[in-house]
Design a protein around this ligand. Structure first.
Ligand code: IPE
Ligand code: IPE
Ligand code: MG
Length: 230
């Protein structure tokens, strides 16, 4: 059973290009795919859905695109928060999201606090997220605690690291799905996906829907997971 699915939502630009539309039109349509997937997820048995929405490397994109993406994020949270809350969705964020613009941070934080008692689905949005950056921040936090004499370096174990990751308290993803045919992790959940199954589809993210999600989870159910055992 897939409890936690993490998705690298890719292919918005190619979707738009195929229609001779500007790149942002693909992102806008991508938001509709997010709505469809969030709606379908609980019925398909998912407890946690992590969506890679903006990577720490996406700042390299043209400033206008970055600003359009931030605008879409803001609009999504503002317009969907009531429905999400009513549907029992708990919204969470991973990544260095507190470094985003203050008004956006305030909006995200309010959405997070408002929905934190919900238990039907945990929707985790990776914002300004990079797996290397997350591990770097965890290492800094360990070093600071050790230097302050609050932590004996000899006792640092897997739990000490995991409890300092942005995903502390979340189960690791059972599967990582990437759309649009690309075959790479792009700095997503490097630590957490140690034993995740990869689910790959050529479908572009704006074309993804509940049926595509059901097919991916069906494929997952036929995988044999070993975790190093036999
Ligand atoms: C993925 O779509 C969405 C984000 C990275 C925010 P892209 O914009 O990467 O689409 P392609 O890869 O150019 O098709
Ligand atoms: C990964 O997609 C990031 C998100 C989906 C937010 P990219 O399109 O940015 O990844 P690369 O650059 O092709 O590896
Ligand atoms: Mg891409």
């Amino acid at each position: 059973m897939c409890r936690h699915l993490a998705i690298i939502m890719d292919g918005n630009g190619r979707w738009a290009k195929a229609r001779r539309l500007p790149h942002i039109a693909g992102h806008r349509e991508g938001v509709q795919a997010v709505r469809r997937v969030v709606e379908a997820a609980p019925g398909l048995g998912l407890e946690v859905l992590t969506l890679y929405a903006f990577s720490s490397e996406n700042w390299k994109r043209p400033a206008a695109e970055v600003s359009d993406l931030m605008g879409l994020l803001k609009h999504y949270v503002q317009s969907e928060i009531n429905d999400l809350h009513r549907n029992g969705v708990r919204l969470d964020f991973i990544g260095d999201w507190r470094a985003l613009k203050p008004d956006l941070v305030a909006l995200l934080d309010a959405a997070r606090l408002r929905t934190q008692g919900n238990g039907r689905l945990r929707l985790v949005m990776a914002l300004n997220y990079g797996g290397q950056n997350e591990l770097l921040r965890a290492a800094q936090s360990l070093a600071i605690a050790a230097a302050a004499g609050q932590l004996d370096p000899a006792t640092i174990d897997l739990h000490a690291i995991e409890s300092r990751l942005d995903t502390a308290g979340l189960p690791p993803p059972d599967a990582v799905l990437r759309t649009s045919g690309e075959l790479r992790l792009s700095n997503f959940l490097l630590w957490q996906s140690a034993y995740a199954e990869f689910l790959l589809t050529d479908t572009l993210w704006p074309d993804f829907d509940g049926a595509a999600l059901a097919r991916a989870l069906d494929e997952f159910s036929r995988r044999e997971r070993r975790f190093g055992g036999r």
